[in-house]
Design a protein around this ligand. Structure first.
Ligand SMILES: [Zn+2]
Ligand SMILES: [Zn+2]
Length: 164
């Protein structure tokens, strides 16, 4: 929390080339099932939260934008492709999964129901495993080195450049 008690949120893309900071009250977290959001996120739906009533700062880099319609631009990291923004005339929303603490942003409403995929409601009934529980991937996991930016702001990134 800042001195004037505005909530602060941070986040960014997978590679760390683009980082953001949001000060103030977020809008209602949502998911959108519409076909354009599916494509923009390469996913079943788009999880988004409005930052229209906040101070949004790009603290490292800035998204590249694709104009997906005459009204809307979609922002993404130009280096790694992580979807980051939905930018409409009435404001900007950020991708919930890009926040450093997405668990704080539980969706409260759904949009674009006409595009909802038929198997979504049964996903939670599928058989499931933790990464550690997948014994065939044990060696893969043991030798894996992550290049993903951590879930907090860094002074220098990538880390190996920090000493140069
Ligand atoms: Zn990136
Ligand atoms: Zn949508």
């Amino acid at each position: 929390m800042s001195l004037d008690n505005k909530p602060i949120y941070t986040g960014g893309c997978q590679c760390g080339a683009v980082r953001f900071r949001v000060e103030g009250a977020l809008g209602t977290p949502s998911i959108c099932h519409c076909r354009m959001c599916q494509k923009a996120f390469g996913n079943f739906f788009a999880p988004l939260v409005s930052v229209t009533d906040t101070d949004l700062t790009w603290t490292r880099g800035e998204p590249k934008r694709f104009q997906s319609s005459n009204h809307v631009k979609r922002g993404f990291c130009p280096e790694c492709g992580t979807p980051l923004t939905y930018e409409a005339p009435d404001g900007i929303a950020l991708a919930i999964g890009a926040f450093d603490e997405p668990e704080e942003l539980a969706p409260m409403v759904q949009w674009g129901l006409e595009g909802k995929l038929p198997y979504l409601d049964t996903l939670s009934t599928l058989p499931g495993y933790t990464s550690e529980g997948d014994t065939e991937s044990a060696e893969f996991l043991k030798t894996m080195v992550s290049y993903q930016h951590p879930d907090f702001d860094t002074v220098r990134w990538p880390a190996e450049e920090a000493g140069k």
